[in-house]
Design a protein around this ligand. Structure first.
Ligand code: HEC
Length: 321
């Protein structure tokens, strides 16, 4: 399916030799069509993501990276490489031995999303994930300038596609301390996202979607992609309410959290969701999880219950079939 490593290494050195002797006159241009190699890499990418096949991320990464090296103007392939790196980092709690170098995935994700955004500035998903990667990398290296860049990228991404990136922003902020301004704003953004998707104001004392769904106007195609369960994210809505409930629990409001979690159970596909039992457990243990989500046991790779963003389902909650 993809070429042997020896060939790739030789090709990479050849490319480096060329660029060392010839000045790069212009920035690269976005490719107009995608190569057969990229389309083939897509197949493995989606098969791996939808199956939750974390153990085989590397095979998908080799195929997508090879396709990108053959056509570095392909924005979507660049983004796919970025997504695979950020998935590997986000769910690295699954690894038996979580090595320090796992953090390098943040750097690589940031670099590939930068390429994707440069090639296609209009895809707000790329921008949202670039922001997430910048914030992750900035946090790892204690780099305040990069953190600030991440914050401003995130603001632009939220503005460009609120229904999608209000979630992204809050999801990233969910790992901050519950008392921090970043966390509080992130939680606020989940209420705003719910309202943006439903198209009506939500009574925070009664956030049962059954009350609002009928009231909201019919969704546009763009809105559905961010607010519904789709081919790409078959359990997007379930995952959204799981994270939202987790944030409320962390803020200490486990009573409202239970109502918000319950929204996932109202969805037609709930019974087929691989994380249905996990959600039920969160409803049952909501009062206990207030301490767990704020205590020393909270954090990616640590034992004990984790907030979605730090958990082994950080991406799979929405994307696993
Ligand atoms: C709350 C649910 C949710 C979570 C959690 C989530 N995503 Fe997504 N993801 C979505 C939605 C919704 C879309 C938009 C689908 C679309 O563009 O039609 C999306 C888009 C994507 C795409 C777009 C692919 C394409 O080519 O269209 C990829 C890849 C992806 N997410 C990977 C990830 C990874 C990796 C993580 C974990 C770090 C993650 N997602 C976490 C809901 C989620």
């Amino acid at each position: 399916m993809f070429r042997p490593i020896a060939f790739l290494v030789a090709a990479a050195f050849a490319a480096a030799a060329v660029s060392a002797t010839e000045p790069l006159a212009t920035a690269k241009t976005p490719s107009v069509t995608r190569t057969p190699q990229a389309l083939q890499a897509d197949v493995l990418f989606w098969r791996t993501l939808h199956a939750g096949d974390y153990e085989h991320i590397d095979a998908a990464l080799q195929a997508s990276t090879a396709a990108y090296l053959a056509d570095p103007g392909d924005a979507l392939t660049a983004a796919h490489v970025g997504w695979l790196h950020i998935w590997r980092l986000a769910e690295s709690g699954r690894l038996e031995h979580r090595l320090p170098t796992i953090t390098d995935d943040a750097i690589l994700a940031r670099r590939y999303f930068e390429e994707a955004v440069a090639l296609d500035p209009h895809d707000a998903r790329f921008e949202g994930f670039l922001a997430a990667a910048q914030l992750a990398e900035g946090g790892i290296h204690r780099d305040p300038a990069l953190m600030r860049r991440g914050e401003s990228t995130m603001q632009a991404a939220v503005k460009a596609w609120p229904e999608f990136n209000l979630f992204t922003a809050g999801f990233v902020a969910s790992t901050a301390r519950a008392e921090s301004a970043a966390f509080r704003e992130g939680l606020e953004q989940q209420w705003h996202d719910m309202e943006a998707c439903l198209g009506v104001p939500v009574d925070r004392a009664d956030p049962d979607i059954a009350r609002y769904r009928a009231a909201g106007a019919a969704m546009s195609a763009d809105k559905l992609r961010a607010c519904g369960d789709t081919d790409a994210a078959p359990h997007n809505v379930e995952g959204f309410y799981l994270n939202f409930g987790d944030m409320l629990v962390k803020a200490g409001d486990w009573q409202t959290a239970r109502k918000v979690y319950a929204n996932a159970t109202r969805l037609p596909d709930f019974a087929h969701w691989p994380f249905a039992a996990e959600l039920q457990q969160r409803i049952d243990r909501a009062p206990d999880n207030v301490a767990a989500f704020n205590g020393p046991g909270a954090g990616r790779g640590k034992p004990g219950p984790q907030m979605l963003a730090n958990s082994n389902a950080a991406c799979m909650a929405c994307h696993q079939r």
